[in-house]
Design a protein around this ligand. Structure first.
Ligand SMILES: [Fe+2]
Ligand SMILES: [Fe+2]
Length: 207
């Protein structure tokens, strides 16, 4: 499989989070080796919204990492080493759920000038994906490799979609998210980093 160029940068960032003698270094290495054999390196970040291009998911994850670096600097997270490392880890892997979510397909459209119908390529949801829910699936997959995920890490990934989480308009889910925010400030960091990358820095990329 041809890998997106961004995946080499992604790997470098992921392997730089922990020193080589930290037990998580080996776990991240194993996860990267696995992801390299899947569609992850070339997946888009979405079907029709942000970065719906090959390698878009990797570019988005790096964008969230970069936003998290800035937030960590501004709000003093870098002074708390373990929490800061957690912040970088969840930035890169919060959307792990998307690694098998999309496939390419074709749709037809009418050419306005010629009046002829033509096929064009689009991304579609892959029916074979594991429907665990967005954040929950990322935690489930990440935990297969990072076997000691902390509450901060799991809560942040589960709730990173904030208002975009399925069913978040329902009171029960909203109150769960509000409760989660009182238990981990990392959730706010990841939500803001994700939104910053999606709505501010990605539209500025010349791709
Ligand atoms: Fe997401
Ligand atoms: Fe995201």
């Amino acid at each position: 499989m041809e890998k997106s160029l961004g995946f080499e940068s992604f790997k470098m960032l992921a392997l730089g989070i922990y020193p080589e003698d930290h037990h998580r270094f080996k776990q991240i290495k194993a996860l990267l080796e696995y992801l390299e054999k899947t569609d992850f390196p070339n997946q888009p970040a979405s079907i029709q919204y942000h970065l719906n291009i090959p390698g878009g998911l990797v570019a988005h994850s790096i964008g969230v990492y970069n936003s998290m670096e800035i937030l960590s600097d501004v709000y003093g997270l870098k002074d708390e080493q373990e929490l800061y490392r957690s912040a970088l880890l969840i930035s890169l892997f919060h959307d792990l759920c998307k690694f098998d979510m999309y496939r390419t397909g074709t749709r037809n459209r009418k050419d306005e000038k010629t009046g002829k119908w033509e096929a064009y390529q689009v991304y579609m949801m892959d029916e074979k994906r594991l429907p665990l829910g967005h954040g929950a699936k990322s935690v489930f997959l990440l935990q297969k490799y990072i076997t000691d995920l902390t509450n901060d890490e799991a809560l942040s990934i589960i709730w990173h979609m904030a208002g975009y989480t399925e069913g978040s308009k329902e009171f029960a889910l909203s109150s769960d998210m509000a409760l989660a925010h009182t238990q981990s400030r990392l959730i706010g960091f990841l939500q803001v980093a994700d939104m910053t990358a999606t709505f501010i820095t990605e539209p500025m990329l010349k791709l």
